[in-house]
Ligand binder design. Structure first.
Ligand code: FES
Length: 168
């Protein structure tokens, strides 16, 4: 790049330091390589941090809670309970003599409360006519985008105990 001519009004130091402001905005190859290297190192460190966090992630521990005593709910009957927190409504359904299933009572569409219909043997949502299978909580009809979260039940003696929630 051609240097600007030095006029008679330029200070004396211009003779020794002849870099002009117009030329200062150009980045040298070394500066650019340094920028790329530092940016790459920062991104690699960020990814390593995310990877370490995902390795250290532990699924939330669910409490054990007695939901009902076996025989407390008649065949085809339901019991409402809250699990895992007192603000999480769930529904326990006894679908036959030996089968109990439990799901979140919150519809996966727009969070209306679902109910079990003995007539259709399905879990139904009154808001937009969504329906779910009582056997596995899968969507049978309507707008719900996902199955109902399933509450994992264990039989311990005469008690039905909730041990976790399976979100699918
Ligand atoms: S809220 Fe349940 S179907 Fe819309």
């Amino acid at each position: 790049m051609a240097l600007k001519p030095i006029t008679g009004r330029d200070p004396l130091w211009r003779d020794e330091f002849s870099v002009y402001a117009d030329d200062e905005r150009f980045v040298t190859r070394r500066q650019f390589a340094k920028f790329l290297t530092l940016t790459s190192v920062a991104m690699a460190a960020g990814n390593a941090w995310i990877l370490a966090k995902s390795w250290m992630y532990r699924a939330p521990a669910y409490p054990l809670r007695v939901v009902a005593a076996a025989g407390e709910v008649p065949v085809g009957g339901v019991k409402l309970f809250n699990y895992p927190a007192s603000t999480d409504p769930c529904i326990l359904i006894r679908t036959d003599q030996d089968t109990y299933v439990a799901y979140s009572q919150v519809c996966t569409h727009l969070s209306c409360a679902v109910f079990y219909s003995q007539a259709t043997r399905q879990i139904e949502c009154p808001c937009h006519k969504g329906s779910f299978s009582a056997a596995d909580g899968s969507v049978l009809a309507g707008p719900p985008p996902r199955p109902l979260p399933r509450v994992v039940l264990e039989r311990r003696g005469d008690d039905l105990v909730a041990t976790g929630v399976e979100v699918r």
